[in-house]
Ligand binder design. Structure first.
Ligand SMILES: [Zn+2]
Length: 175
């Protein structure tokens, strides 16, 4: 029974994650303070996605800068850049896709080196600095940190030309 419940929650994981964020946004509980609400949000997500992923995503929230690129007339189309030094990750809000190593090995379950041919294929499949519990994950810390950022932090927007936005967009899916 426990196992079938677990399988069921895996099927509905995207909806469950959305629901947790939505509930938090709508202040469903009403009686909690802001700190209690946030604590509840992190607790609920930790139970669903793993404590390690939630903690690391929260850490990224403080150590990365988040820039939201939009084109004037297309308010809905947005590319977000997460930057720290020379490291850049481009994401689309609400799309569960990232080019990072973690996404490739722990989310897509691909051997490393398929997307990045310069990495020797004999390399360890899983990232050594993550615990075993995180080896099958629904999402990566960049994507989750973006969701936290959208919810908890003011966004820095840059309006760019539509063709520049298109270029950023295309780069996300180019290997
Ligand atoms: Zn990532």
């Amino acid at each position: 029974m426990a196992e079938s419940l677990e399988n069921l929650s895996q099927c509905f994981l995207p909806q469950l994650v959305d629901q947790i964020f939505e509930n938090h946004q709508k202040h469903v509980s009403g009686s909690q303070t802001k700190e209690e609400e946030r604590g509840q949000l992190f607790y609920d997500l930790s139970r669903l996605l793993g404590e390690e992923l939630v903690e690391r995503s929260l850490h990224l929230l403080d150590s990365y800068s988040f820039v939201y690129y939009r084109a004037g007339g297309h308010r809905n189309l947005c590319v977000v850049e997460l930057c720290k030094g020379t490291e850049v990750f481009r994401l689309l809000p609400r799309i569960n896709y990232c080019k990072c190593d973690f996404f490739q090995s722990h989310v897509l379950q691909l051997p490393r080196g398929i997307l990045y041919h310069d990495i020797p294929s004999c390399q360890q499949r899983y990232l050594e600095d993550w615990s075993e519990e995180s080896r099958a994950s629904y999402t990566c810390p960049h994507i989750l940190s973006l969701r936290f950022h959208q919810l908890l932090k003011p966004s820095t927007e840059q309006v760019i030309k539509p063709d520049q936005l298109r270029q950023l967009y295309d780069e996300i899916f180019r290997d």
